[in-house]
Design a protein. Sequence first.
Length: 124
Amino acid sequence: MVTYYEYLKSVLKKIITSHDTLAHLEDKPGDLVIIKKEILKINGFFQVLVKKIDTEKLASTDLLDLKSKFEYYLENYSFEKEIETMASLYSDDSNRLKNMRLKILESLADKKLMDNIEYAIEKL
């Protein structure tokens, strides 16, 4: 049976995997589909963690801080509309793909979010 902390750690690792996938794309035609898939995964994982991180079960304030950063991200960053617009107009434009991908990576770096996720994985 998977413990609460093992579950949180596995979800955090999936976020890192999606981030790494985005970071290593080469901005080729067809990458917009991958970008869309990975950002949807990340948003879903953030939503799951916001619901699953329980203040009563945690001994560490690090995860509570991370929860607030997930909430901040979900409230302040949304790329779905831009991706849909790009899909119909610029899905083969490597410069626009690169700009979109870099904006997403920049948003994930805001408030040192990815660093905090990696730190939380080490602590769990």
